[in-house]
Ligand binder design. Structure first.
Ligand SMILES: [Zn+2]
Length: 215
């Protein structure tokens, strides 16, 4: 469903079916992707703040950008957190979301989905991020996922969390059809093609994920 193109950018095939939009998930091998001055960005703060994109460049503090007019590309920067790109197939509104564990606990993906339009019109692509294979956390973090993973009995101790599944569940709860949620399922920590904060700490770069309504 996702593939790496010749520019070293991951694309979600289902989003490519919309000829009115452009999107991509950058990797460590595509450092220039999504860095143009016309692209809207944010100072990301692990919140659930969503800002309408009104201009290019940094638009302040927040973790999601929504654009409803053509020619207004929106982006997020990640290195382990999940980049989530959304498109409303009917109204052509698009959004870029940065969902780390704090944003996930705050329900940022579902919140943005609710702002975009009718849930059944939404197409959501969740790009490369830290996988459950590498996301071990202490009980102070794991315990906050108890509502999202009611079937788990191990959240009071050190354990591993599946952020992708957590966001998937929230999007389903928000009414987005499961067949319109596309998951890369690529781990940024143990997959070599990505920047990873957990792996590289302060030396880690950031990857840009971008979506734009063309017309
Ligand atoms: Zn991993």
């Amino acid at each position: 469903m996702f593939f790496l193109d010749s520019d070293n950018v991951y694309r979600a095939r289902p989003l490519m079916a919309f000829d009115w939009l452009e999107h991509g998930f950058g990797t460590r091998h595509s450092p220039a992707f999504g860095t143009g001055a016309e692209i809207s960005t944010l100072k990301q703060i692990h919140s659930s703040v969503c800002i309408p994109a009104s201009a290019g460049g940094c638009l302040g503090e927040g973790d999601a950008l929504v654009a409803s007019t053509p020619g207004r590309p929106v982006s997020v920067r990640t290195a382990d957190c999940l980049p989530i790109l959304m498109a409303d197939g009917r109204q052509r509104t698009v959004a870029a979301v940065h969902a780390g564990w704090r944003g996930t606990i705050q329900g940022i993906a579902a919140k943005v989905a609710g702002m975009l339009g009718r849930a059944e019109d939404l197409h959501v692509a969740i790009g490369p991020g830290i996988g459950q294979c590498c996301f071990e956390v202490g009980p102070e973090v794991a315990g906050q996922f108890a509502d999202l993973f009611p079937e788990r009995r191990d959240l009071r101790a050190r354990t591993s969390i599946d952020l992708l599944e957590a966001n998937h569940r929230q999007l389903i709860q928000a009414g987005v059809p499961g067949r319109q949620i596309y998951q890369a399922g690529l781990c940024t920590v143990c997959g070599g093609a990505f920047h990873s904060f957990r792996r590289d700490r302060e030396r880690a770069g950031r990857m840009v994920s971008m979506i734009s309504r063309l017309e």
